[in-house]
Design a protein around this ligand. Sequence first.
Ligand SMILES: Nc1ncnc2c1ncn2[C@@H]1O[C@H](COP(=O)(O)OP(=O)(O)O)[C@@H](O)[C@H]1O
Ligand SMILES: [Mg+2]
Length: 240
Amino acid sequence: MLELRNISYEVSDNGKKELILNNINLTIEDGKLLVFTGPNGGGKTTLAKIIMGLVTPTSGRIIFDGVDVTDMDITERARLGISYGFQQPPRFKGIKVKDLISIASGKKLLSKKEACSYLTAVGLCANDYINRDVDTSLSGGEVKRIEIATILARGAKLMILDEPEAGIDLWSFTKLTETFREVHEKTESTMIIISHQERIIRLADEVIIVGGGNIQKSGAAEEILPEILSGTTGACPIMK
Ligand SMILES: Nc1ncnc2c1ncn2[C@@H]1O[C@H](COP(=O)(O)OP(=O)(O)O)[C@@H](O)[C@H]1O
Ligand SMILES: [Mg+2]
């Protein structure tokens, strides 16, 4: 179980303080698939990075399986089973796709068949990619999918995926959505997916709308989707 208790994050911009997240409280039960959605700049990525340990909250605590992880770094949290996929993943010069997937899986020698299965799951033709370098010769969408493949290979207890749809063609996106559904059904993993896509929102056990640094609303997909589609949520706040 993941608990966020009174999480706030404030930055100081040229001496002017800006509240990015405002007292977020959230409990996520094991095995649930949650989708964070809401307007750009609402605070979703910051919240995900706070859970992963890439950003330190100004106040509040993060409790994972009863352990206070607030002061732990990304490596320590990864060891406890928290895994994060960047909105814009980094590239690794000199590392091949198959190495990256093997490292993630924790096995020194991952069979080619197994490594390929993760690539297929994210809509990549495995034979074309398995021996490629994860460098600038790959497109943004390809790097993104390779990173999602590594997260699947890691099989973490808590997977956080930030806009997995970004830069991905429709065919692969359909495949990816199906993969998330399968992972959710077949494993005990808890998944947090940040997404604007209806198809992904429909997979959620719970949808959380993050806007203006707050949880604006949460509920079942059937309840939240009509509001999102009709444009009644995520409206631009009135300037103060
Ligand atoms: N370190 C920072 N310094 C200043 N502003 C930041 C910082 N981190 C995030 N922000 C701002 O916080 C807001 C929320 O950003 P983000 O979490 O990326 O939103 P989302 O992922 O929902 O689009 C944005 O307005 C962003 O510019
Ligand atoms: Mg974001």
